[in-house]
Design a protein around this ligand. Structure first.
Ligand code: ZN
Length: 205
């Protein structure tokens, strides 16, 4: 997080620019960082660290390898006319802020009102994960999740609320613990109908 106002961004997907560096280059970069921090990357306890950190980064940023649209491609139509709200509550996620690469730890509430077809509920969680496992700002991630559901499922409405703590704020900078940032994006019925929005917000705890 930083204190500067952020211009609204489009929901365009973040993609790696240029060719992917070799693993050895990445490990060498982490050896440089260890030296710069003041330690010796050759000492016993640190010898394997650059390889381990590289592997950890692979997990933390695996979201670049998944196309969120494709996750939602498979839908179910035999829903007996179900057209009420579907809400997956409190989906835990781990992300990293794009300003400091510090952890963002939080939960997401994702709701939509279908028009004739629904998606497997685990797919909602996977969309959250796919965007979380990239360099992020919370506001952008909130929009990306909502916009993807809206674009692919074409539902009557989409609602996304995210609550998260930002380690760049608690472990450095202003050192403020115990705060969380709440962001939301409401589309369609959730934006236009106060009752619908209220019904959703009552499910966010
Ligand atoms: Zn940050």
């Amino acid at each position: 997080m930083n204190d500067q106002p952020r211009p609204p961004k489009s929901s365009s997907r973040t993609t790696a620019a240029g060719a992917k560096p070799a693993r050895a280059e990445v490990e060498e970069a982490f050896r440089t960082i260890i030296r710069w921090a003041g330690d010796d990357p050759a000492r016993d306890g640190l010898r394997e660290t650059p390889a381990r950190v590289t592997k950890a980064f692979q997990e933390w940023f695996v979201g670049y390898q998944t196309d969120p649209d494709a996750l939602l491609a498979k839908t179910f139509e035999e829903i007996e006319g179900y057209d009420e709200m579907i809400v997956l509550r409190g989906i835990p996620f781990e992300s990293h802020c794009e300003h400091h690469m510090a952890p963002i730890i939080g939960r997401a509430w994702v709701g939509y009102i279908p028009t004739g077809r629904v998606v497997g509920i685990s797919k909602l969680a996977r969309v959250v994960d796919t965007y979380a496992k990239r360099l992020q700002i919370q506001e952008k991630m909130t929009s990306q999740i909502a916009n993807t559901l809206n674009k692919v499922l074409k539902p009557q409405g989409v609602a996304v609320v995210i609550k998260a703590t930002h380690h760049c704020m608690s472990t450095r900078g202003v050192y403020k613990h115990g705060t969380d940032l709440v962001t939301s994006r409401m589309l369609g019925a959730f934006r236009n109908n106060p009752m619908t929005r209220q019904e959703f917000m009552a499910l966010v705890d």
